[in-house]
Design a binder for this molecule. Structure first.
Ligand code: ASP
Ligand code: MG
Length: 446
């Protein structure tokens, strides 16, 4: 069985929904289809929530009606029969009457906000499943809220998901097309929650891992993962094959095509992930699997595969107040980051100092206060960017670091991390140098 996920732009227009119906039916295999909300909907729902939090109920109500008008005209083009249209209109009436009821609830809390933002995926999947049924396809809608579960830390519980999915899929053995919502889930309190922005990719991978799918396909509007950021660099090209580790680094360090956690469940269960383009379904896209580059004859000589960048990074410079040869220093530092659930992305050490970068600064003040009890801290650097270069950097291959640094000759670099794995070099620089660095690396490495 396959899991196919379609993003917001792939379902964002009635004609796009028509073409994904052709895509999912042209291929004979049984599949679970994970959908995002129609493009723009999640932002619109969040914006309604912002108005409500600001006490602007009239503004929120106006935004709701504006969004509803969009759906009203969408369904008129989506369905081909009057029965289909009636079913679609009923879905919209139901969901929008719930949305209107949320607008009236006081106070509007985080719980309501999550229920509100979940409506995007609830709408898109019901509309699409009704369309498949109108077209006579054997399709069923599986409610993600009945099997997608996160723990108290917001981490998906793969075993629970696997068990629940198995049970909920049992009665549908005869169904070829199983539609479900991306992004949304329930937390341990049983409330509606989500997997963070862009989380539908993650849903697809969690389902693919849970059912040990033959393949997970992520359908977007670009022809695979590119070797560099196409918004900043001209002449980028899609990478045909990546290992799980390479893809995970790229997704984590800024490649916008995938939610950063997507690769983890797929890698754990060894399920290949294929990135495909809805606008150009014949294009090969990118295949992410555990195949090492060495076994790929066409790419065996590739050293540099791709570059990605992650913004809004904060660098902390920490000095030991004790003298040389102090041990246990790193442990004490990292315990603090652990306690505040703050991941460290990059690290550089000297005998008496450690520099680290973090992305999440929610607890920065508390972390600084605790570090300050046994370390000397310099003023952090804000607005930094990590530029990450991914490839097969075998330790025996000479000249890799020098080629990277040579390309970046004119750019001040604050930190370098090399050797953490054989497929990543990360560099920290001020965010204002990012575009120049990505272009320089494109010229120097590819
Ligand atoms: N609709 C959600 C978002 O816009 C999830 C997704 O599209 O992946 O973030
Ligand atoms: Mg996305």
């Amino acid at each position: 069985m396959h899991v196919w996920k379609f993003g917001g732009t792939s379902v964002g227009k009635p004609e796009r929904m028509h073409s994904i119906r052709s895509l999912v039916t042209a291929d004979a295999g049984r599949k679970i289809i994970v959908l995002s909300a129609l493009s723009g909907t999640t932002n619109a729902l969040l914006s309604i929530g912002e108005s409500l939090k600001a006490g602007q109920e009239d503004e929120a109500a106006e935004k709701v009606e504006h969004l509803k008008a969009h759906y009203d005209s969408f369904v008129r083009e989506l369905y081909k029969t009057s029965e289909g249209l009636a079913a679609g209109q009923q879905i919209i009436e139901n969901e929008f009457s719930f949305i209107r009821s949320l607008v009236r609830i006081r106070p509007f809390t985080l719980k309501q906000e999550k229920e509100l933002v979940a409506e995007g995926e609830l709408l898109s999947t019901q509309m699409f499943a009704a369309y498949l049924n109108e077209q006579g396809e054997k399709a069923v809608l599986l409610p993600a809220l009945e099997f997608m579960r996160i723990d108290a830390d917001g981490e998906p519980e793969l075993d629970v998901i696997e068990q629940k999915l198995r049970d909920i899929l049992k009665p549908h053995a005869d169904k070829q097309l199983i539609v479900t919502q991306g992004f949304i889930c329930r937390n341990p309190r049983g409330e509606v929650d989500n997997l963070k922005r862009g989380g539908s990719d993650y849903t697809a991978s969690l389902i693919g891992g849970a059912i040990r799918a033959d393949e997970i396909q992520i359908w977007t509007d670009i022809d695979g993962m590119h070797n560099n950021d196409p918004r900043i660099v001209k002449g980028t090209f899609p990478i045909r094959e990546l290992t799980f580790d390479e893809a995970a680094e790229l997704a984590y360090f800024g490649a916008k095509i995938l939610h950063p956690s997507t690769i983890t469940p797929a890698k754990m269960r060894g399920v290949p992930v294929r990135l495909k383009n809805t606008m150009d379904p014949e294009a090969p896209g990118t295949l992410i699997s555990d195949k090492k580059a060495e076994s790929l004859p066409s790419e065996s000589s590739v050293v540099f595969k791709a570059v990605a960048a992650k913004d809004n990074i904060t660098a902390l410079y920490i000095h030991s107040t004790r003298m040389l040869n102090a041990y246990g220093f790193l442990r004490r530092i990292f315990e603090i980051f652990e306690r505040y659930k703050t991941p460290v992305d990059m690290l550089a050490t000297s005998e008496v100092s450690v520099s680290v970068t973090i992305d999440n600064t929610d607890n920065l003040a508390a972390i600084q206060a605790e570090l300050g009890q046994f370390c000397q801290l310099e003023e952090p650097d804000y607005d930094q960017t990590i530029v990450c270069i991914v490839g097969n950097f075998s330790a025996d291959h000479p000249g890799i670091a020098s080629q990277v640094l040579k390309s970046l000759e004119g750019i001040p670099i604050r930190m370098i991390s090399y050797g953490g794995t054989e497929n990543n070099i990360s560099l920290l620089m001020h965010g204002k140098h990012k575009a120049e660095a990505l272009n320089a690396l494109n010229a120097g490495l590819f």
